[in-house]
Design a protein around this ligand. Structure first.
Ligand SMILES: C[N+](C)(C)CCCC[C@H](N)C(=O)O
Ligand SMILES: O=C(O)CCC(=O)C(=O)O
Ligand SMILES: [Fe+2]
Length: 375
């Protein structure tokens, strides 16, 4: 096999200066810890005038001999995925297309079976794929008990403890200073807008109820954001830029606020322009004291337009939670709420961290080789 002169490497990576980038990303066992997946090469000892002396293409990659005597090998698939000049954005590393939904999801809500999730890795990965695609998923056949429901949540990852406790078991007894612990109706919202890092997943399992009302509401926040962008682009821009302060201050000796103290309601990935997080709880919004007067007017106008989409019957999915049927949803995408109720109503459930959920989703659905290629 003839060795490829530097030129064609430059074509692949532009000018010489990318040699540093390549050398810094060498994945041989000397430069990259094969167990911990951490860089071992000392970036700052790579000669700034590093040259590649030869580059030998092979079937699944290219071997480069460096002027400092080191040899690196880069897989073609890795080079294509991480090429930045040009960037081949067709490489959606893993994210499958989200399926946005409205009230019609009622006909076919994503649902899996408890024994499948608990008994097989395939059942677990299918559950996770549903959560990723739809933003929520029901699990049927869950014993209506604390232990089994907690074990179900822990199939994904450890439970996130907050000032509300770890695995929660709540009724309307105001055990905590929050309206969730009352029988009041709650409008569509996402939880934890007062945390810098809102919980990624939330699980609800209603195990006891004798009263009236209390239906649960789900709204696809990504669908609502798309509707807002299509119908009122100005309002969409405002809710994607104006930052909203939030707090949780109902428990004694508690004042929780995010850092920085305010985030937009609609949050987009600046690299891919994809929406990744809705942060919306109008009841937990703190005093708006950082807007100019015309921003205040524009904000309330945009908020009304957003709310009108959330309360549109075409977008509201109302469902009665029942013992044996656990609900889990992406708290960064799906808004939840409930109708007011009378009587005794007991829900058990938990928060799970976003990053730990996404880790389990990838580990359950990617090969080791695919994962190595992503980092
Ligand atoms: C812990 N548990 C889920 C029962 C209730 C927590 C209250 C959540 C709060 N209203 C918020 O929107 O973040
Ligand atoms: O009681 C419910 O159905 C949910 C209340 C709520 O929003 C929550 O616990 O975060
Ligand atoms: Fe909530």
């Amino acid at each position: 096999m003839r060795s490829v002169k530097l030129g064609s490497i430059q074509q692949v990576f532009g000018t010489n200066s990318h040699n540093i980038w390549l050398r810094d990303h060498c994945k041989c066992d000397e430069c990259f810890h094969k167990v911990t997946k951490q860089r071992l090469v000392d970036t700052f000892k790579i000669p700034e005038d590093l040259e590649s002396e030869s580059a030998l293409p092979e079937s699944n990659g290219i071997k480069i001999k460096w002027s400092d005597g080191h040899t690196s090998f880069f897989r073609w698939t890795w080079l294509r995925r991480h090429s930045y000049d040009p960037q081949f954005v067709d490489f959606q590393p893993f994210l499958q297309k989200k399926i946005l939904w409205d009230a019609r999801i009622k006909e076919y809500p994503p649902t899996v079976k408890y024994e499948d999730v608990m008994k097989s890795e395939e059942g677990l990965s299918n559950w996770l794929l549903n959560i990723d695609q739809f933003g929520f998923c029901f699990v049927d056949g869950v014993p209506p008990k604390v232990e089994e429901t907690e074990e179900l949540a822990k199939r994904i990852c450890f439970i996130r403890e907050t000032h509300y406790g770890r695995f929660w078991d709540f009724t309307s007894n105001l055990e905590h200073g929050d309206t969730a612990y009352t029988s009041l109706a709650l409008k569509a919202h996402t939880d934890n807008t007062y945390f810098t890092d809102p919980s990624g997943l939330q699980m609800f399992h209603l195990i006891e109820f004798n009263g009236t009302g209390g239906s649960s509401l789900l709204v696809d926040g990504f669908w609502a954001a798309r509707r807002l962008k299509m119908t009122f682009p100005e309002a969409h821009k405002i809710l994607s830029t104006i930052r909203i302060p939030a707090h949780s201050a109902g428990d004694p000796n508690t004042l929780i606020e995010p850092t920085p103290n305010a985030y937009p309601i609609l949050n987009y990935n600046p690299l891919t322009n994809e929406i990744y997080q809705i942060r919306y709880n109008n009841d937990d919004r703190s005093t708006l004291s950082h807007l100019s007067s015309n921003e205040v007017e524009a904000f309330y106008d945009a908020l009304r337009k957003w709310n009108n989409i959330l309360i549109d019957k075409e977008n509201e999915y109302w469902v009665k939670l029942e013992p044996g049927r656990a609900l889990i949803f992406n708290n960064w995408r799906v808004l939840h709420g409930r109708a007011g109720f009378t009587g005794h109503r007991r829900i058990i459930g938990a928060y799970l961290n976003w990053d730990d959920y996404r880790s389990k989703l990838k580990i359950s659905n990617l090969t080791r080789e695919e994962i190595d290629e992503m980092i």
